[in-house]
Ligand binder design. Structure first.
Ligand code: SAM
Ligand code: SF4
Ligand code: SF4
Length: 367
């Protein structure tokens, strides 16, 4: 009887090819050292780690209830990378030039014992460690996070007006609790605090000026982000995007601004400061002014897949490599191989139709 050989889908095939390439590389290969350029000469520098795919909010632009309802199946305990696995990979990434690690999700503060992971990562030499959170439980966690070694924090906050905020998180969560979280983070020294606001037309453009009034002069940096077509569930349309230029115009009309230089090459936020000395703000023009040219980020999903772009349709399974017993050199070479072959520039080639392409959800690989 002839045995049927199952056909592989494109993703499985690519994973097999990748695994074979990695495993066939000879250990005698010369040492791989940073800077490690990809095919567009961008050197690997940042790693975003999603520590959970779960979240207690259902922000309409990220985890809309119609796609993440009560029956949604989240990753099982065993599927999620363990702290030791995350830390091991993070350490190898630093060999290849990563200097900045951001913990994200889902909601990272929901990951049990997150402080322990922070302690483990903070022990790695020479990395800048930060975390992005919805701040729903930040008030009680801020000091522990700081004590564990977290250096700074970014809080997502889409409006200061309670009704708008509750509508956007779609779980009726009060803004006051987020503001308590921001205050606690400031007291704990997780500064400068960045406050990320996604702006969606017809939903929260009216929140821009109230946010500026609330935080101007506080030392916190509000950064407005263009609504992006991440994933395939948030119903993105180009018409819903309020451009960074429009946002700057709205603010500048009431609080005159002047532009300032980036802190470093590849910084995603365009920086502006108030002419009256009231501090700075940022705008992240991910849709209208693509910054792929300087994109130096890799993303590790909750279940251990590596993604070379936020808009990638597939990742590479490092959990399988880790759990199959790959040694450090094999893992390092695997990361380097992926990075060196990276050619992503999705935001530069986005059109109103590209959102239909299959893409991974933001809550799975982190923002
Ligand atoms: N739950 C945490 C939070 O909200 O801060 C961390 C994960 S969340 C996916 C990371 C960031 O992605 C947040 O600042 C969020 O506003 C942003 N984000 C999510 N969906 C987005 C979209 N469609 N366009 C632009 N930014 C988005
Ligand atoms: Fe949750 Fe953050 Fe996504 Fe909102 S943006 S649903 S808080 S993961
Ligand atoms: Fe980087 Fe991809 Fe975003 Fe371009 S589209 S900036 S390559 S993550």
């Amino acid at each position: 009887m002839t045995k049927t050989i199952p056909l592989l889908d494109a993703a499985e095939f690519a994973q097999q090819q990748f695994q074979q390439t990695v495993c066939n590389m000879r250990p005698a290969q010369p040492e791989i050292s940073p800077p490690l350029p990809d095919r567009r000469q961008r050197a690997l520098h940042d790693l975003r780690i999603s520590v959970t795919d779960r979240c207690n909010f259902r922000c309409t632009y990220c985890m809309p209830k119609n796609a993440f309802g009560r029956d949604h199946v989240f990753l099982a305990h065993d599927e999620v990378l363990r702290f030791e696995e995350i830390t091991r990979l993070a350490r190898l990434f630093t060999r290849l030039g990563v200097r900045k690690i951001r913990l994200t999700g889902g909601e990272p503060l929901l990951r049990k014992n997150i402080e322990r992971l922070i302690e483990m990562l903070a022990a790695i030499d020479g990395i800048d460690l930060t975390l992005t959170t919805n701040a729903s439980i930040l008030a009680k966690k801020a000091q522990n996070l700081r004590d564990a070694g977290l250096q700074r924090i970014t809080v997502s906050l889409d409006a200061i007006d309670d009704a708008t905020f509750r509508r956007m998180n779609d779980v009726n969560f009060p803004v006051a609790r987020v503001l308590e979280g921001i205050d606690a983070a400031a007291r704990a020294g997780l500064t400068p605090i960045k406050i990320n606001t996604v702006v969606k037309r017809g939903v929260n453009e009216n929140a821009i000026l109230p946010l500026i009034r609330a935080f101007k002069g506080s030392g916190h940096i509000v950064r407005f982000i263009e609504f992006m077509d991440v994933g395939a569930t948030n119903g993105w349309r180009m018409d819903d995007v309020v451009s960074a230029a429009e946002i700057v115009d709205i603010i500048n009309a009431e609080f005159p601004l002047e532009s300032i230089d980036p802190n470093y090459r590849g910084e995603v936020a365009e920086r502006w400061r108030f002419k009256d000395g009231g501090g700075e703000i940022g705008v992240i023009a991910s849709v209208t002014q693509a910054f792929c040219r300087d994109c130096t980020r890799m993303r590790l999903s909750t279940n251990g897949q590596l993604f070379t772009c936020l808009f990638a349709d597939r990742g590479y399974d490092f959990r399988a490599l880790l759990r199959d017993g790959a040694d450090d050199d094999t893992l390092t070479r695997a990361i380097a191989t992926l990075w060196q072959n990276r050619n992503d520039n999705y935001s530069e080639i986005r059109t109103a139709n590209t959102p239909r392409v299959k893409k991974v959800e933001m809550s799975y690989i982190g923002g």
